[in-house]
Design a protein around this ligand. Structure first.
Ligand code: ATR
Length: 471
């Protein structure tokens, strides 16, 4: 059991409270009432980093003097734009002006943290993030109109990246907690090393990684099951994969998910790889034990489990599956289908050579044949299952063109695209009476085995977590 820490958060900020809630650390929040302007003026010649650090310390000290036995966390955030420190807006109009001025340009957020006990500073940390805003007046106007006062007036940037504010940016470089107002990961690191906090650290590596949905899923489960843990997005460019992974081992990570472009390259760094990942030829889940990496692939499980939950009466062994696309997703899906006992798989892909390569990959397991992309409609006549594994139909991508006329009415239609959730393929199939399976469940179910391995708790896919991810 974790030793309970006696913590005060010297802040009334809902965002900072939410961060500690997310990792299930208990604390009491007491806002610190300090004269920030006086401190800033005294330090006018100093760097903004020093100002943020000083404010974080003063907030913590102000509370700590009345609670000498507690660990008091003080935090401060400063926004720097075009060499100037920008304060929180006082009115919605001011917030709109600020956002408009920052459009198309880059600003920095500096977040500082202090941990104080009595009059003693125990720990200080500072982190910064650079955010480049899109120049999109129409989106900005609708954002400002729909944002509530707590976003426009309580956040130094007048946006919340954890909500739809993320879409304001063309580039986000930095840790999300730093952007949300407190370098949480540094704090947790300190509490773990120096104060006996037990924490299960996990995350996802990729490049780019900012848009991953996985933190929402794992964060939700960590909170739901009351576990002390983190799930971070870790951006590692391909050329520094090994260093990046070694860094996670050194930091005591329990494991991590792997996404594009590392799913194949990570295999060389694994000490052991499970059978499924070996056959698929890609790893998406890592467990770290005694500094060694154990790799597995849960995509096939996620795909099959999603069908089993959404269509429990579907019989895999009843007939052929038609698979559209021959990319990374198709690899895992074909393996899942073979394991589930599908008697025949017909693979069709725009680039036929890729389909042939993939079919060849599974030739030992049998039953995968290739059909020309132009003849994809013909394959449908004998299908028990139709799966789209391409990105066609996704918002912003081309539509998947396929007539379902030949498809038997009892065949099941699946799409791995989940934005939109109801793709044209699925709505057309539903209209003509076919059963359908939407794509979001694959993402949710593939996350389950890793979560269970890391935390020893089997997580449940519920409508609530699905809604959260689709938001
Ligand atoms: P993933 O690894 O996520 O499956 P991918 O490897 O990029 O993604 O694969 C995307 C799949 O969508 C491929 O099968 C691709 O066909 P090609 O092999 O011919 O590239 C398919 N795809 C993408 N755009 C397409 C389009 N406009 N028409 C048909 N197929 C398309």
């Amino acid at each position: 059991m974790t030793k309970p820490l006696s913590i005060i958060l010297a802040s009334g900020s809902a965002g900072r409270k939410a961060m500690l809630d997310e990792v299930n650390i208990s604390y009491e929040a007491i806002p610190a009432d300090i004269d920030e302007q006086a401190i800033i003026q005294d330090m006018a010649a100093e760097m903004s980093e020093d100002i943020a650090q000083e404010l974080a310390k003063q907030k913590a000290l102000a509370i700590a003097k009345d609670h000498p036995e507690k660990l008091v966390i003080g935090s401060d955030q400063i926004l720097v734009f075009e060499g100037k420190i920008i304060s929180k807006a006082k009115t919605r109009e001011e917030a709109a002006e600020k956002l408009t001025a920052m459009s198309g340009k880059t600003h920095s957020l500096i977040s500082a943290l202090s941990v104080v006990q009595g009059s003693q500073l125990l720990f200080a940390a500072l982190d910064h993030a650079d955010l480049t805003m899109k120049d999109d007046p129409a989106y900005l106007a609708s954002y400002i109109q729909s944002a509530d006062d707590s976003t426009l007036l309580s956040c130094v940037g007048a946006y919340k990246i954890e909500e739809n504010g993320k879409a304001l940016f063309s580039e986000i470089k930095g840790d999300k907690y730093t952007i949300m107002g407190m370098p949480l990961l540094e704090l947790l690191d300190y509490l773990e090393k120096e104060q006996g906090l037990e924490l299960t650290k996990t995350g996802v590596i990729g490049h780019p990684i900012a848009h991953s949905k996985s933190p929402l899923i794992h964060g939700y489960w960590i909170k739901k099951y009351g576990l002390q843990g983190t799930y971070s997005t870790i951006d590692i460019p391909p050329e520094t994969l090994e260093e990046g992974v070694n860094d996670l081992i050194a930091k005591g990570y329990k494991g991590f998910n792997v996404t594009v472009p590392h799913k194949v390259a990570i295999m060389d760094l694994c000490n052991e790889i499970d059978e499924t990942a070996k056959v698929i030829g890609a790893v998406n889940t890592i467990v770290i034990e005694d500094g060694k990496l154990w790799g597995s692939n849960t995509d096939a499980f996620g795909f099959i489990q999603n069908i089993k939950e959404q269509q429990p009466d579907f019989v895999f062994t009843k007939g052929a599956a038609i698979v559209l696309g021959a990319g990374g997703a198709a690899r895992a899906i074909i393996y899942g289908l073979i394991k589930a006992g599908v008697p025949e798989i017909i693979l069709t892909n725009r680039t036929k050579a890729k389909a042939e390569e993939l079919a060849g990959h599974f030739s030992d397991l049998g039953k995968v044949s290739v059909m020309d992309w132009d003849r994809r409609v013909e394959a449908l006549a004998g299908a028990n299952l139709l799966v789209n594994t391409t990105a066609l139909g996704m918002s912003g991508k081309a539509q998947l063109e396929i007539s379902l006329e030949e498809l038997p009415p009892e065949a099941l239609v699946c799409d791995i695209v989940y934005a939109p959730l109801m793709t044209d393929l699925l709505s057309e199939a539903r209209e003509r009476g076919n059963n359908i399976v939407t794509g979001i469940g694959m993402l949710l179910h593939q996350a389950r085995p890793g979560f269970e391995l890391w935390h020893g708790q089997s997580p449940e896919v519920t409508e609530e977590v699905e809604r959260l991810v689709l938001k």
